[in-house]
Design a protein around this ligand. Structure first.
Ligand code: ADP
Ligand code: ADP
Length: 234
């Protein structure tokens, strides 16, 4: 059964020097339980594509279906509720620097109006899952890059999403730290049953953990399929 279905997505940006077609005709299906990789060079349209999945960007044309619901037909209030089901992590982590690790993970729950004691019951197990239970009172500036991304992952999981979007989530990390973050993402996929979409320009990331891949080039899908079909065949 499919989780995310993008059909004929086009995205045109209006820029001072004219209109720019970032996505031309993108269709892809992510199934429940996939770790789906989207790879391409800088400027290929990857970030635009991942932002269309949670409607941070509205596609100019096409439909985005999640669990059978078309997000392109929804208003902002409906989208806010759907977005609770979609966690996201970023290359630059996007943590609040004046908040502790605990507060960063608690933040989305606080916004949603959850009671303090319920927030605590939620946050501490998440910090344990990502291996940071000893760091709850530290600030982001006291953490390594890998630890910051672990906070980002815990925060993304706070609202119990069924989808995790990763936008160049390991691109700011050294190879060894990248491996440990990828292992954590795989564990989240396997143990929590969360469907994962990974945007990257690094082939190794795709080969290490993705089940399927789409290669994107100048706003079109050049190739897609299982990682073995796309990369291992002559
Ligand atoms: P990637 O993530 O693969 O590097 P992007 O999706 O960021 O690619 O960008 C695809 C194209 O769209 C690029 O030419 C980029 O300059 C352009 N673009 C991205 N975001 C915007 C924006 N907000 N306004 C105008 N052009 C944009
Ligand atoms: P407030 O709602 O006033 O912001 P919180 O109760 O959310 O206060 O948090 C107060 C401080 O205690 C924060 O710095 C937070 O990091 C820390 N904190 C709260 N609960 C825990 C916990 N279970 N373990 C570790 N630190 C915690």
């Amino acid at each position: 059964k499919y989780m995310i279905k993008l059909s004929h997505i086009k995205k045109v940006y209006d820029t001072p020097s004219g209109s720019l077609q970032a996505l031309k005709d993108i269709s892809l299906t992510v199934e429940d339980g996939d770790i789906y990789g989207i790879i391409g060079l800088s400027g290929a349209g990857k970030s635009t594509l991942v932002r269309c999945i949670n409607m941070l960007e509205r596609p100019t044309e096409g439909t985005v279906e999640i669990d059978g619901q078309d997000l392109t037909k929804m208003n902002e209030a409906q989208l806010r509720s759907v977005r609770k089901n979609i966690g996201m992590i970023f290359q630059q982590f996007n943590l609040l620097s004046s908040a502790t690790v605990y507060e960063n993970v608690a933040f989305p729950l606080k916004l949603s109006g959850m009671a303090k004691k319920d927030i605590e019951k939620k946050v501490m197990p998440l910090l344990k899952l990502v291996g940071l239970e000893q760091k709850a009172r530290q600030y982001p500036s006291q953490l390594s890059g890998g630890q910051k991304q672990r906070v980002g992952i815990a925060r993304a999981l706070a609202s119990d999403p069924s989808i995790l979007l990763c936008d160049e989530a390991t691109s700011a990390l050294d190879p060894q730290t990248t491996q440990s973050i990828l292992r954590l993402i795989k564990k989240i996929n396997e143990e929590l049953g969360i469907t994962v979409v990974i945007i990257t320009h690094e082939m190794q990331v795709i080969k290490d953990i993705c089940t399927k891949v789409a290669v994107i080039d100048h706003g079109v899908i050049a190739e897609k399929g299982s990682v073995i079909e796309v990369f291992m065949n002559p």
